[in-house]
Design a protein around this ligand. Structure first.
Ligand SMILES: N[C@@H](CCC(=O)N[C@@H](CS)C(=O)NCC(=O)O)C(=O)O
Length: 221
């Protein structure tokens, strides 16, 4: 299978990590959504990443849909998301907060990094950052040990944990002030210790090390 997209995208990275944690081999297609825009449209009409091209030629798009396929392929015992009930609901809530924070931190970063300076809208950037900060604060209040209490210690990280670690890495690359607490009143006296600890624990794993994006200004590709 072929994973399309660069690891500076937290959505690509969450898929790459899940593939590696579950023992799947893949070839990495590092075309850029910006530099290879037209060519990328042949893979995904939205010209977005990630895409996963399966061995039978099927192309899956969107990280959630790709990971849904992956969980079904490995079966309930190995899946990285609970199959049903309140546990699934809780994990999906965490994923929604983390992906929402990525979208909002990303929207502010795109505004700052891609949009020509004369067209930037400071109020919009501030709004996006407030939304990202709110989600980070909610994630910081999660009891991360409890979230995986029903899993064996050897069970790989859950999607909820993976995407949150990818979010933390992404925020460090794009807008570290959101984590330092200086950017927004919501984060004053920063309560991000649990997120920093989660990030440190997961970033030490081989699947995270192998997919760690280079420390350059986002978005590179
Ligand atoms: N909901 C999508 C979001 C994917 C996404 O936002 N990808 C970004 C890179 S992080 C992208 O392709 N941006 C280029 C664009 O939207 O034009 C997913 O989970 O895969």
């Amino acid at each position: 299978m072929i994973l399309v997209g660069q690891y500076d995208s937290p959505y690509v990275r969450r898929v790459a990590i899940a593939l590696r944690e579950l023992g799947f081999d893949y070839t990495h297609d590092t075309r850029s959504v910006f530099g290879d825009f037209e060519d990328m449209r042949k893979t995904n009409p939205l010209s977005r990443i990630p895409s996963l091209i399966l061995d039978d030629g099927t192309t899956l798009i969107d990280s959630a849909a790709i990971l849904d396929w992956l969980d079904e392929a490995v079966g309930e015992g190995r899946a990285l998301l609970a199959a049903a009930g309140s546990e699934r609901q809780r994990q999906l809530q965490v994923i929604a907060l983390a992906s929402g924070a990525i979208d909002k931190a990303g929207a502010a970063a795109y505004e700052r990094i891609i949009r020509p300076e004369r067209y930037r809208w400071p109020d919009w950037m501030a709004r996006c950052r407030t939304q990202a900060a709110g989600a980070l604060a909610a994630l910081a209040a999660i009891d991360w040990a409890d979230l995986r209490a029903s899993y064996a210690p050897t069970h790989p990280p859950l999607h909820a944990e993976i995407i949150t670690a990818c979010l933390i890495r992404y925020v460090r690359m794009t807008d570290p002030a959101l984590l330092e607490g200086s950017a927004h009143a919501l984060l004053e006296g920063s309560a991000h210790a649990s997120l920093i600890a989660l990030s440190a624990r997961l970033e030490a794993r081989p699947a995270f090390i192998a997919t760690c994006p280079p420390d350059v200004a986002y978005p590179k590709g």
